[in-house]
Structures are given as structure tokens and as C-alpha cells.
Design a protein around this ligand. Structure first.
Ligand code: ADP
Ligand code: MG
Length: 734
């Protein structure tokens, strides 16, 4: 008796099960049942072959037009050449040694392989193939021509039809499927209201659709499951986070917030003031705040956070600022310390007793420094505590933690946020800040347990940043011009960044080896073999010897010791360095307003949001910034187009959308999503905004009426499965 949890080995045998597990992450009957076809082919569809591109690994449907077998001239053995056509296009199949010599003219088959080109024609060399039934004069020819044939996401050794046959072993009729499935998680009332088909029908129709409409209905229904379960999970988190009362930290006039405002060398933008007021009001309440602040690169989120922290300090509490890198934590400590002046040094000789202390805690600190820091945090002398994940460690105890600020949030998980939250005697207020604007669907899913606030406006008086693509293959002289621009800026007293995708000490290292690198990385490229990405150490050496000789040039990357990194950043900020050649350690938050040029080498190796973040480093001051995206990609290639789009707009929301288009859903929701076991299979962050938002509203309504889901046991089970599934750990990482 099969159940959803039955291992596939019991259905398809050990060998196939092993291949399915390794190549497609399919392990149980449940996984297989939820492994939906990627598309459907029709015998009567006459266009598919013409769409093929060399290099595609595909399954196509066609009819054998010619077939001939001959002895090979040079080698022993025979070769069978078969032409298949679909009416519009045709392609050559080549088999060796009588394999499939039986493919008779007129036979229909599914052929799977990698498309190559031979004498100007598309070709498959020894593809896998499955012969389909020929039309039977007794069956309806029309029906035969329009029948939908599921094409499953396949792998090297597990073909679409192996998957189809395996599914037939699991269920070959509706009744068996119904017996197998869990209870429908969608409340019947909701199904009625949105006109959704029952679960068993949806799954049946995915695998055995009669019509396109059946597929659409099934998709609509299954996407609802995904959206609702996700939103109920997130909604439950939102409720849980605010259920237990925290401590109200009302704004006090004449206190540290006013002192911060007075010390600022600029006046706040309207946006900063508005967002600040909203946060101040919420922090003034007992119910713990749980907010996401998203804002354009350079929109001034740090000041907003600082004012919120000052409010909490004024009210007698402590605030912790969690930064993703040591460079950034040190920069925040330095910047905030400078801004507060004597007010940030209470207890020191030149400190103001009415102020507080700004304490930095990072993993690389010497034991004595760390001990002293921890003591200040524990006895409450430190009002503002800034650090990396070292803050989360055991042994870091707060006297009275009132506010947690997570900067550049995408590098931290919910778990880490919770670990810090747990250090409050009562639940602290939480402010999470994203590095760049995010599309609404991402806000509702990846960050769905937080309510969003948006800072759209940039401070006035910014020089702005203009960007250009430097296509070195087509315009080799442009790169010389780029270095000349760097020299001009340096001559004018400005500074420059040169960013490379790799460090370079070790030939095998890559972006991923840089401990502080973003785990997003560049979008998957087209698979063509490329040279290794340019490396910081190599590029720095070449620049020193050539185009930038004589300039004060230093490197910065994640493999340097934290002290060295900090020293380099300090030197750069103090204008002792003209050009900083770096990895993406400078991507997030680094703030040196005097830097005005950035040259990104191998720009095609970075993702859209990453490039936008990087570029944000040279748009920070009154001087106009320049960002040059150097690439070997042809201007007309998809990569070239993507870079041109990045160069053409500085609107972070538009770029975030573009980013979503160029990355697979899985990359957005987290690693776990890319596997076929993911919870979100059909739902698209790009296309299903309306559904996600409707599901969010329905989820809130369900939870408002039934917070523990005791009246919705099937839904509760689905939520439970999502939370418990370790492959859904992306939820934990948001
Ligand atoms: P981000 O939102 O990217 O974290 P930051 O908080 O680092 O941006 O601010 C970017 C730069 O803008 C900093 O140098 C900061 O001092 C400056 N800044 C912030 N607010 C204002 C303002 N209202 N007017 C002028 N400059 C500002
Ligand atoms: Mg920032």
C-alpha cells in the first residue's frame, strides 16, 4: 500500500530511485506526485522544432520523415540517420549501431537530447526516444492530434517518459490518486468563492490533462495552495511576534534624538521624517514593533535607524545594530560615534554624562576588548551596541535590550533575528532594513512576516550617478578611456573603486570563497565555457604597473584579516588611498562620499541588484558619480542587454523587477526553492502578484478568526509541513 511518504525505491527500484534522488531531488511518492510537467506537447502542434537553439537540452515531439542505416566508412559499426519533422521544422537524429534502426517513416516519437548543429541543420546525437502509439483508425484522429503529452522536467538519465511511467505506477486512475492524497488544505468556502477545483482533480489534471483549460484550472488551484499556505505561515509569524507585550519606549523631547538631529550636518528629507515619525510612534507603544524599512541605495536609512535607537536609549533601553560585515559594523560605529561626539562617550573623560556609549562587538576583536565590550553591554553602560553576528553569541547579554536593528537584512535569517530578539527581557522592537528596494511580491513573501515602510526619496544635493557599459570586445579603446577617467577624478581630488568578481590568491577561489560575499552571486550564465573571472590581486597588479601607475592603490577583500580590512577602509575614508580594488565587500553600505568613480570588471558576473548596490557606493556625495560596467559580453547578447538596462536606470524598484526576471524564482526565495521538493513550485513572484496579495488578505482573515487554525486542521497540517520541512529553510533565512 503506497502512501505519500513511501520511498520511491519501492516504486521504481533502487537504481532509478537513486538517479531520481540525485538528479531531481525526488525521494518519496509525494515528491513524484508533485513533480509537475514543465509543459505539454501536442502531436498537432507544428512549431516546436523551429524554436530550438543549439545547446538546448530538450524533449521534442516529431514524426519520422526519413530513416536510413549505413555502414560507417572510417570506423566499424553502422550509423542510422533519421529525420523527424513537426510540419514546420525538421531535425536530424543520429544513432549508432542499429539502435533505433526500427524507427519507421511515419512513426511519432518523443526525442530528448542536446541540440547541436550539423551542416546547417539541427541535430540530436543518439537522443533518448520514446515511440508513441500510432493513430488507430478506430480512435478519433482529431483527438489524437490534440492530446496533451506532459513533458516533465527531466535529467540526464531520468527522462520525461521514465517519470511518466513511474507516475503511472503510483496512480493510474482518479480513485487511486484520491486515496493517496492528503486532505484538501484549502477551506471549502474559499474554494467556492474563488471557483477552485478540488486538490485531487488539480493534480490529476496536471498529469493527465484533457484540455488547456484543465491545465489552467489546475495551475490556478495549486498556486492558491502555495500562496495561502505561505501567507498563513508568515501571518502566524507576524501575530506571534507581536502577541507578547514588549516595553513602550516613548519619544522624549530634549533628549538624545534632539541631540542627534542637532548634530546632523544636513536636514532630514521629508521621507526620513515621515518614516521616523511612524517608527517613533510604534516604538512608543508596548506592542513590539516589527517593521521592514526598504529604501533606495543612499536614501539615508542609517540616520533613520540611529534616531530610532536614540529614542530607545532616551527611554532607558539599549539598541543593537546588527550589520552583515565587519567592514560595515566598524563603519557604523565610526560614523555614529562621530555624529554623537561627546554624547556617544558617556563615562569617558571627554564624554557627556547625559549621553550614552557606542560599543562595537565583532568576532575578530582581541579577547580583552571583547570582554570590556561585553561588560558594557551587560551592565547597560552601552546604549548603542553595534556588531556583526558576534552579537548573537551566547555570553552577549544585554541589561535591557529595547530595539533590534538589522541592517542590510538579506544576509541574516529569521533565526538570527530571533536569536537577538531573545536577548531582550521582553520582546524588543525590531527594525529590519533592506539594502535595495524590493518588488512588492518579494516584500509579501520573502519578508512577509514584516510590515513594510518605504523610503523613496534621495537626499537633495546629490550629484547623481551616470553609468555606461564598456564592451571591451567591441570597443577596446573604451577601457583605456575608463582608466583615464579614473585618473582625472583622482586628479580632481576624488577617489575610485575597481570591483572584481574574484580575489585571486588561489586559482580555484571564486566569488563564493569570499567569506563576506553575498550568497546571491551572479545569475546563472549561459553555460558557455568562460575564462576565470578577473581577480582583485591580478587587476591591482596590472593597474599599478600600467594604466594607474603612480596612484595610491590598495586592495580590499574578504580574505584579509578584519584589522587589515578596517585599516584599509579607514585609510580610504581618510583619503590616503586613491583607488580601492575590491571584491563585493564594498557592495553593502560602505559610505565614502568622496568616491566618485567605480569601474566594475567582468560586470556580467554580477546580478542586477548587486550592480545597483555597488553603484550606490559612488552616488553618496555632492559630486556626480560615474559607474563603468566593463564586460566582454557582446552588446546584443542577453547579458549585454541586461547591463544596458542597469546602466539606463537608477530606479531601484525597476531594477529589482528586472532582477526578478533574470533570476530564477528559487534564487529569490532561497536556495531551497530551486530543488523540486520546494513548497513554491508554480507560484511566480513575477506574474502572480495579485494572487499573492489576495492570499495574504485571506490568510489574515483566517488567522484573525482562528489564530490557532483549530478549525482548519488540513491547512494547519500544510503550514506545519512547510515549517517543519528543512528544505523550506529559506523561510528561516529571510
Ligand atoms: P543607505 O540608505 O543606502 O543605507 P546611508 O544611510 O548610508 O544610505 O546614507 C547615505 C549617505 O547620505 C550618507 O553619507 C549619509 O550621511 C547621507 N545622508 C543621509 N541623510 C541625508 C540627508 N537628509 N541629507 C543629506 N545627506 C544625507
Ligand atoms: Mg545602508
Amino acid at each position: 500500500m503506497l502512501t505519500l511518504d513511501t520511498p520511491l525505491a519501492r516504486v521504481v527500484g533502487d537504481k532509478t530511485a537513486k538517479a531520481m534522488a540525485e538528479q531531481l531531488s525526488l525521494r518519496t511518492v509525494r515528491d513524484l506526485v508533485r513533480h509537475y510537467p514543465a509543459r505539454y506537447a501536442r502531436r498537432g502542434d507544428m512549431t516546436k522544432l523551429t524554436d530550438l537553439q543549439v545547446g538546448d537540452r530538450v524533449t521534442v515531439l516529431g514524426q519520422v520523415k526519413t530513416s536510413s542505416t549505413r555502414q560507417m566508412k572510417q570506423k566499424r559499426g553502422s550509423i542510422t540517420e533519421v529525420t523527424v519533422g513537426d510540419g514546420a521544422g525538421s531535425m536530424r537524429l543520429v544513432f549508432f549501431n542499429h539502435k533505433h534502426a526500427h524507427l519507421g517513416v511515419g512513426t511519432w516519437g518523443l526525442f530528448a537530447g542536446t541540440v547541436s548543429m550539423w551542416n546547417g541543420n539541427l541535430q540530436f546525437s543518439h537522443p533518448d526516444c520514446q515511440v508513441l502509439d500510432s493513430p488507430d483508425p478506430h480512435t478519433d484522429a482529431e483527438r489524437w492530434a490534440t492530446e496533451l503529452l506532459p513533458i516533465y522536467p527531466a535529467s540526464r538519465t531520468v527522462s520525461s517518459w521514465v517519470l511518466q511511467k513511474s507516475l503511472q505506477l503510483v496512480f493510474d486512475d482518479r480513485a487511486t490518486l484520491e486515496g493517496l492524497l492528503e486532505d484538501d488544505p484549502l477551506p471549502a468556502e474559499l474554494r467556492r468563492r474563488y471557483d477552485l477545483v478540488p486538490l485531487a482533480q488539480a493534480i490529476w489534471d496536471k498529469h493527465h490533462p484533457e484540455t488547456d483549460e484543465a491545465v489552467e484550472r489546475a495551475d490556478a488551484r495549486l498556486k492558491w495552495d502555495e500562496a495561502l499556505v505561505l501567507q498563513v505561515t508568515l501571518g502566524a509569524r507576524r501575530i506571534a511576534a507581536t502577541r507578547e507585550p514588549g516595553i513602550a519606549r516613548p519619544l522624549r523631547s530634549g533628549g538624545l534624538v534632539d541631540a542627534v538631529d542637532a548634530a546632523l550636518p544636513f536636514s532630514l528629507t521629508d521621507g526620513q521624517r515621515e518614516v521616523g515619525d511612524a517608527l517613533a510612534a510604534e516604538i512608543g507603544r508596548e506592542q513590539p514593533m516589527h517593521r521592514l524599512l526598504q529604501g533606495e541605495v543612499g536614501s539615508g536609512k542609517t540616520v533613520v535607524a540611529l534616531r530610532a535607537m536614540a529614542q530607545v536609549v532616551d527611554a532607558g533601553g539599549q539598541a543593537a545594530l546588527l550589520a552583515p560585515t565587519e567592514v560595515l559594523a566598524a563603519q557604523h560605529a565610526r560614523g555614529i560615534g562621530a555624529l554623537l561626539g561627546p554624547l556617544g562617550k558617556a563615562g569617558e573623560l571627554d564624554g557627556d554624562p547625559a549621553g550614552t556609549r557606542v560599543t562595537l562587538l565583532t568576532g575578530s576583536q582581541k579577547a580583552a576588548v571583547r570582554r570590556a565590550g561585553r561588560a558594557e553591554v551587560a551592565d547597560g553602560r552601552a546604549g548603542i551596541v553595534i556588531g556583526t553576528h558576534a552579537l548573537l553569541q551566547e555570553g552577549v547579554d544585554f541589561a535591557d535590550l529595547g530595539l533590534v536593528v538589522v541592517d542590510e537584512q538579506h544576509r541574516f535569517g529569521v533565526e538570527q533575528r530571533d536569536a537577538l530578539r531573545a536577548k531582550g527581557n521582553r520582546p524588543p522592537h525590531v527594525l529590519v532594513m533592506t539594502a535595495t528596494p524590493i518588488p512588492r511580491t518579494v516584500a509579501m513573501t520573502v519578508y512577509g512576516d514584516l510590515e513594510t515602510l518605504t523610503l523613496r526619496q534621495l537626499p537633495a544635493g546629490r550629484g547623481g550617478v551616470s553609468s555606461s557599459v564598456v564592451p571591451v570586445k567591441e570597443k577596446p579603446t573604451w577601457l583605456d578611456r575608463a582608466w583615464q577617467r579614473v585618473r582625472e577624478e583622482v586628479a580632481a581630488g576624488r577617489q575610485a573603486y575597481v570591483v572584481c568578481p574574484r580575489i585571486g590568491e588561489d586559482p580555484t577561489d571564486d566569488a563564493g570563497a569570499d567569506a563576506e560575499l553575498d550568497d546571491e552571486g551572479a545569475p546563472p550564465d549561459d553555460g558557455s565555457a568562460k575564462r576565470a573571472p578577473l581577480a582583485v590581486l591580478d587587476v591591482a597588479e596590472q593597474l599599478r604597473a600600467g594604466p594607474l601607475a603612480g596612484l595610491r592603490l590598495e586592495v580590499l577583500h574578504g580574505k584579509m584579516t578584519p584589522e587589515d580590512k578596517e585599516a584599509r577602509m579607514r585609510a580610504f575614508a581618510a583619503r590616503e588611498v586613491d583607488v580601492l580594488v575590491a571584491t563585493t565587500v564594498v557592495e553593502v553600505g560602505v559610505d565614502v562620499p568622496n568616491a566618485t568613480v567605480m569601474v566594475v570588471m567582468d560586470a556580467d558576473r554580477f546580478g542586477v541588484s548587486q550592480l545597483h548596490q555597488l553603484r550606490g557606493r559612488v552616488a553618496r556625495g555632492a559630486h556626480a558619480g560615474l559607474c563603468l560596467l566593463v564586460t566582454e559580453a557582446p552588446t546584443s547578447s542577453p547579458t549585454g542587454t541586461r547591463l544596458a538596462q542597469v546602466a539606463a536606470t537608477t530606479d531601484g524598484f525597476e531594477l529589482a523587477r528586472l532582477d526578478l526576471e533574470t533570476r530564477r524564482e528559487g534564487d529569490v526565495l532561497g536556495k531551497a526553492q530551486s530543488g523540486s521538493r520546494s513548497t513554491v513550485r508554480l507560484l511566480s513572484l513575477l506574474r502572480d502578484e495579485e494572487l499573492i496579495s489576495t492570499a495574504r488578505a485571506e490568510a489574515s482573515a483566517i488567522l484573525a478568526a482562528d489564530p490557532d487554525l483549530s478549525d482548519h486542521p488540513e491547512l494547519a497540517a500544510a503550514v506545519q509541513a512547510l515549517t517543519a520541512d528543512d528544505r523550506a529553510d529559506w523561510l528561516e533565512r529571510t
